[in-house]
Design a binder for this molecule. Structure first.
Ligand code: KG4
Ligand code: ZN
Length: 348
């Protein structure tokens, strides 16, 4: 078999500068520089800080990826870059770098969709996907249920959060109960010593009426408020806040609603494979409950390792490889970034 083209992928939609190298569904390099520590004192990603960090990290991260794969820029056959969705200024750094490389190297450039990239990353772990798949994407920036019928051309958004992203909810609740940023890992750790059934927090958009209108959508702001009220009441009554119990009950509410709706989507769309990705997919309870509910429903659960679950350049290269393999035309060099690029636009 002929050697598959070498695809360079660049990702800068949020706070991770990612550069990956892929051939087909084979991962060759995945270099990531995160600016998360620079955002910690603000309790969330600051777009301007992220853009500046991307600019500083781009060249060294590119070099790291090339070294890791043992190749040079001259070996690259095509370049893929996240065109959106994401933070406008952050996206612009990656797209500018990718355009400069494409012009300098005389290689085709593909502007691709970040969300579909998360699904493509799974192929680097467990080989080609058999579509259709339902993907549950949960991170600090997004919370979506997608249906992908063709990784290179066809994806639809079944549902999304109407307010906070799941990771954002973890971060905000962590702050409420005095745990550091990013909140997810700290909540998980604290929850391990708590009782998830000690408090019953609300599951957003699951009432009969909401299920009619927002079947696959999520809302975490009510949950966040419920935790805030609960903590306020405890403090007002002079009760020591049982941090571990609150963390466990909150985590359970998030895990329950995420997995319930994603499994429901699979069943109702007659899809037999689910992909779980995004930084929040690192959560042990969310992973376990997803696995449990998928198994009960006869759904195959596919999940890449954590470094491919969080934002990275290899996922963009993987999607680029699928697009190149399909023989689709490259993006024109004048394409712009689109911070709210719809998931239906796999390639711009
Ligand atoms: O995908 P990701 O690394 O990047 C961005 O969205 O920027 O996701 C980061 C998010 C943060 O909100 C963090 O709190 C959450 O993922 N997270 C977790 C866990 N590890 C990271 N949430 C719950 N449980 C975890 N173990
Ligand atoms: Zn992402």
């Amino acid at each position: 078999m002929a050697v598959q083209p070498l695809i360079l992928g660049i990702e800068t939609s949020c706070d991770e500068t990612g550069v990956g190298l892929v051939r087909g569904t084979t991962l060759l390099a995945n270099a990531v520089a995160s600016s998360i520590e620079e955002h910690a004192r603000f309790g969330g990603v600051v777009p301007e800080v992220a853009s500046r960090a991307h600019l500083e990290a781009m060249t060294p991260t590119l070099q790291r990826a090339l070294d890791e794969a043992g190749v040079t820029l001259a070996d690259v056959d095509a370049i893929a870059v996240t065109a959106g969705p994401g933070l406008a200024g952050a996206l612009m750094v990656g797209v500018s770098a990718a355009k400069a490389l494409a012009i300098a190297l005389g290689k085709p450039l593909y502007g691709v969709n970040h969300l579909v990239g998360h699904v493509a990353a799974e192929q680097l772990e467990n080989g080609p996907l058999t579509e259709p798949v339902v993907a549950l994407l949960v991170s600090g920036g997004h919370t979506e249920i997608l249906e992908v019928t063709d990784i290179a051309t066809a994806a639809t958004l079944l549902g999304q959060t109407l307010d906070d992203a799941a990771g954002e909810a973890f971060d905000k609740v962590a702050r409420l109960i005095g745990l550091p940023y990013p909140g997810g890992p700290h909540i998980q750790k604290s929850a391990a010593g708590g009782d998830p059934s000690s408090i019953r927090f609300p599951r957003g958009l699951t009432s009969q009426r909401d299920m009619n209108r927002h079947r696959y959508d999520f809302s975490f702001s009510g949950l966040k408020t419920a935790v805030a009220r609960w903590v306020e009441t405890a403090e007002r009554d002079g009760v020591t806040v049982p941090v571990a119990d609150v963390a466990a009950a909150f985590q359970e509410a998030v895990a329950d609603v995420l997995t319930h709706k994603a499994v429901l989507a699979c069943k109702e769309r007659d899809v037999r494979t689910m992909v779980l990705a995004g930084g929040v997919a690192a959560n042990a309870r969310i992973r376990d409950l997803t696995r449990e509910r998928c198994a009960a429903a006869g759904i195959e659960l596919r999940q890449p390792r954590l470094s491919l679950c969080t934002d990275n350049g290899a996922m963009i290269a993987a999607l680029g490889a699928a697009v190149v393999e399909r023989g689709l035309p490259p993006s024109s060099l004048d394409f712009g970034t689109d911070s709210s690029l719809p998931v239906t636009e796999v390639l711009v």
